[in-house]
Each structure stands twice: as C-alpha cells, then as structure tokens.
Design a protein around this ligand. Structure first.
Ligand code: AMP
Length: 213
C-alpha cells in the first residue's frame, strides 16, 4: 500500500479515516497529536511542556514533533499514515529528508473542509484514549452506548482544545502555516484533494479509490 500524508484543518476527519484505513489495510497510524496527548496523560517532561500550548490550540515546536516522527517512522515495516504531521514548511522539508533516507514514497491527501462544517463537528466530537473518535451530533459516528467507546468500553472524553476559542486558533494556524505546504507538495505531483465536508462514507470511498489507484 502507498504511504499517506494527510494535510487537513482541524475536524476534517484525519483521525477517523486513519483508524479505518489502519483496521482495513494494516496501516501504521502515526498521529503527532495522539503522541503528545499520551505524553500529557503520562505526565512526562514532554507532556508537561506541551500541555498548555496544546490546550490553547497553538502549534508545539517543530523540533519536538520532528523527533517524535523520526523515532517511529518506518520502524514496524508497515505502510504508514501521517496524521497531523507535517504542519509547517520546515516540518515538510525535514520529513522529505527522512523519507529519502528510508527510500519511502508517499501520496499527500488534502482533506478539504469548510470552516463552519469543521466548527460544528468540533462541538460534538468525543475521543477515547484508545484513539477511536466519535461524534455525538452525527448519527453515523455516534457510539453505540452514550459516552462509551464501542471498541474498548472506556469512557469517552472531550478534547481540551475542542472549544470554539482553541478551534479558531487552530484553524487560523492551518491557513497561515499548513496550507502553504499544499503548494510545496503540488509541485512534486504528489497531491490529491478530497472534499471532506461530505458524509464519512462518501469520503472514505474516495480515499480507498485514491490509495488503490
Ligand atoms: P491534532 O490531534 O492533530 O489535532 O493535534 C492537536 C495539537 O497537537 C495541535 O493543535 C498542536 O498543538 C499539537 N500538534 C500536533 N501535531 C503537530 C505538529 N505537526 N506541529 C506542531 N504542533 C502539533
């Protein structure tokens, strides 16, 4: 399978589709946001350093996330999905160096979603610490039992940065710092754009077509 890099604003569905692709095709799902949240839960020195920055919706230092990815990339020999990395041009350039060393090819998928749709999704989004995410306001993405993860039975939680104020900071940082990466990848002919404002089923169908193509 082809390696995937997702570039998308908050609440475009990167995490949800990554999990589905992981389950169906055996991808390794590398999500910098999940790695950082785990560090926060475990109260590691890294977690303590990034906790407030993340809660406010700001980006953490490039060096931190580049190191996290460099440690994991290509380690298990599976095809990978990068979810939430790269988010700056500097990260994209450093990633290219890493991928060249590992001789890994990839496709970049831009999940495009309108700001109002993303904001509405944030308001119902619930997460499990096992990584599965749900949406209490979207019937097809609700858990079977209210507030409980279908997969592992743990209690679902709302992300600390899933509020309107942090969302706006994250969305603006996407426009300012992450969208320029789209140009970078379109020059390399590696970019595919998918309209992610549609239903999860429709978007997932398109994704499967793209990766099998
Ligand atoms: P996510 O789970 O992808 O929405 O990421 C949640 C938060 O983690 C972001 O708002 C940032 O604070 C931090 N983060 C995740 N990935 C990166 C990255 N590649 N660069 C900088 N900060 C990141």
């Amino acid at each position: 399978m082809i390696n995937i890099i997702f570039i998308a604003p908050p609440a475009a569905g990167k995490g949800t589709y990554s999990k589905k692709l992981e389950e169906e095709f055996g991808y390794s799902h590398l999500a910098t946001g999940d790695m950082l949240r785990e560090a926060i839960n475990l109260k590691t020195p890294l977690g303590l350093k990034v906790k407030d920055i993340m809660a406010q919706g700001k980006l953490v230092d490039d060096e931190i996330v580049i190191n996290l990815i460099a440690e994991k990339l290509g380690q298990d020999g599976k095809p990978f999905i990068l979810d939430g990395f790269p988010r700056t041009l500097n990260q994209a350039e450093k990633l290219d160096v890493l991928l060249e060393k590992l001789a890994k090819d990839y496709i970049v998928i831009n999940l495009d979603v309108k700001k109002e749709v993303a904001l509405a999704r944030i308001q119902g989004r619930l997460m499990c610490s096992c990584g599965k995410s749900y949406n209490a306001l979207i019937p097809s993405l609700k858990p079977k039992r209210e507030g409980i993860c279908d997969v592992c039975g743990q209690k679902l939680i709302k992300r600390e940065d899933d509020n309107e104020e942090s969302f706006l900071i994250r969305y603006n940082s996407y426009l300012e710092k992450t969208e320029p990466i789209i140009n970078y990848y379109s020059q390399n002919q590696k970019l595919v754009k998918i309209d992610a404002s549609r239903s999860a089923q429709e978007v997932y169908q398109d994704l499967i077509e793209v990766i099998k193509w």
